[in-house]
Write a protein that binds this ligand. Structure first.
Ligand code: 4FV
Length: 272
């Protein structure tokens, strides 16, 4: 998979993407990352890439021409490239979007700066707008790095075994179960016995139950849209009726519970 990153600060990408798993993926040729300096496509003597906003107002806006030329330069090499603009006005990035993008072969990631880009860039060149979160960064570069990391690790051969991506949080939109490793006891806190039992069905049952409890307690919204197996629904039932109420007893939690029950019922023959 190829990523062309359009930015005014290509140096930001020198080290973060060269370490560890992504660095190896680049070495193995599983991903190609090219930074394109938008300023190289500003043809005036001072290579101006921004200007004051029409209608007044604070800050500067990125000019359309340098961005247009840089996108068209990449498209001249591959017209099928999919062009993404990282912006707080985009749809919220999540695992589902990462999975969809991982099926594409070539992405342009446009990183905004200042107050953002001239609106004609959107009208004429952008296929998809993505936000990494409801907060304002100084630039889209960190968003581009987040996207490259989340998408690349889903590509065959990037992670040690592709299976591990299937056990991700959010893979089946549940949060991950608690993880433990040596030492068995740390300052009086020890590892749940079941994990040392060697009884794999008991271990996976414990892990599924813990994932459900953690999701119920921290992200009940995810449960409402999860595709739970009938066994998971039964586990959720046990959790909901056990005295371990996962701290879910105030009013809107009840609403979420009703929603979880409703959606799970609609989804399965014998709902919770
Ligand atoms: C952003 C985000 C983000 C907005 C103004 C760059 C900044 C500046 N990008 N997800 N949140 N971008 O804050 O992707 O141009």
């Amino acid at each position: 998979m190829r990523f062309d990153i359009l930015t005014l600060f290509p140096g930001m990408f020198s080290s973060p993407l060269r370490e560890s798993i992504l660095g190896k993926a680049i070495e193995k040729g599983l991903i190609q990352i090219q930074t394109v300096n938008i300023r190289d496509f500003a043809l005036d003597k001072h290579q101006v890439v921004d200007d004051t906003p029409y209608g007044g107002g604070q800050g500067m806006v990125m000019k359309v021409e340098p961005i247009a030329r840089s996108i068209e330069w990449v498209k001249s090499q591959d017209p099928s490239v999919w062009t993404i603009y990282l912006t707080p006005q985009g749809k919220q990035f999540n695992q589902e979007i990462a999975l969809t993008l991982s099926s594409k072969s070539h992405l342009i990631l446009l990183c905004g700066r200042y107050e953002g880009v001239d609106e004609r860039v959107r009208e004429l060149f952008i296929d998809e707008e993505i936000s990494i979160g409801d907060y304002v960064l100084t630039g889209g570069e960190l968003g581009a790095m987040v996207l490259i990391d989340a998408v690349s690790r889903l590509l065959p051969g990037v992670l040690g075994s592709d299976r591990s991506a299937e056990e991700d949080s959010f893979f089946n939109s549940l949060l991950e179960y608690p993880q433990y490793t040596r030492p068995f006891d740390f300052r009086g806190s020890s590892v749940p016995e079941v994990l040392l039992s060697g009884n794999h069905s008991a271990i996976s049952l414990w892990r599924r139950k813990e994932a459900l409890k953690r999701t119920l307690a921290r992200r009940p919204d995810l449960l409402a849209k999860a595709n739970l197996s009938n066994e998971e629904k039964k586990l959720l039932e046990e959790i909901l009726h056990s005295n371990d109420d996962c701290g879910l007893r105030n009013a809107d939690d009840e609403q979420i519970l009703k929603k979880i029950r409703r959606t799970q019922t609609d989804k399965g023959e014998d709902g919770v």
